[in-house]
Write a protein that binds this ligand. Structure first.
Ligand code: ATP
Ligand code: MG
Length: 185
């Protein structure tokens, strides 16, 4: 059987938002990174807030021929039980992440930029709406941007081309099943 490969008449960089309270937002973005690597596309991933707990994608992306680069900028989820860092410290980290995002956009290395948990960072006031809008305004026409995290801001949703809400039906966590490697982290 002959395998066809579609080629869009016009290539256009999209803004995607993956939000909602169910499991699958970050992994959906990682799935697009995996898919893009098959096309030889370069991907930059900036993770807001994450950085205190190991997750498989940190090393997983290194197996993709250097196409996908990931930087984790944070100290875990601000305000949740057991996280010892004050809001001010999380905010400094998130502000550094914004600077890094701008550098990545200016570098022009990647065709896809994933801003993982940026919606949460905005919701928690670690960054400001103006800053997210400025990042979206900086988007070159051919760059795709993927913004993940719960509670996406309505203005960001309005601005995006594709928005998906992952709704929780159930989660193993409720049965007190511990997070599992490869699935949860
Ligand atoms: P994933 O990284 O697995 O795609 P996610 O990005 O949709 O999850 P986050 O809010 O970033 O969701 O949470 C990350 C971690 O928390 C994952 O280990 C995930 O399994 C877990 N998680 C996600 N949703 C829930 C939930 N509703 N209840 C408990 N744990 C959850
Ligand atoms: Mg996530």
């Amino acid at each position: 059987m002959e395998i066809k490969k579609l080629e869009p008449k016009e290539k256009k960089g999209l803004i995607l938002v993956i939000t909602g309270n169910g499991k699958g937002k970050t992994t959906s973005a990682m799935g697009m990174a995996l898919r893009a690597s098959g096309h030889g596309m370069k991907v930059d991933i900036i993770q807001f807030m994450k950085g205190d707990l190991y997750s498989g994608e940190w090393d997983g992306v290194k197996r993709l021929d250097g196409l996908v680069e990931l930087v984790s900028t944070g100290k875990g989820f601000c305000g949740i039980e057991g996280n010892p860092y004050p809001h001010s410290e999380h905010r400094i980290n998130a502000q550094d992440a914004v600077k890094l995002v701008k550098e990545k956009i200016r570098s022009g290395r990647a065709q896809i930029l994933i801003l993982d948990e940026i919606n949460n960072a905005l919701k928690l006031k670690l960054i400001d709406l103006d800053q997210v809008m400025e990042i979206l305004d900086m988007k070159p026409p051919h760059l795709h941007m993927i913004l993940t995290g719960r509670d996406a801001h309505p203005d960001v949703i309005q601005r995006a081309d594709t928005v998906s809400e992952v709704r929780e039906i159930k989660h193993a966590y409720e049965k007190e099943i511990e997070p599992q490697p490869g699935i949860d982290y």
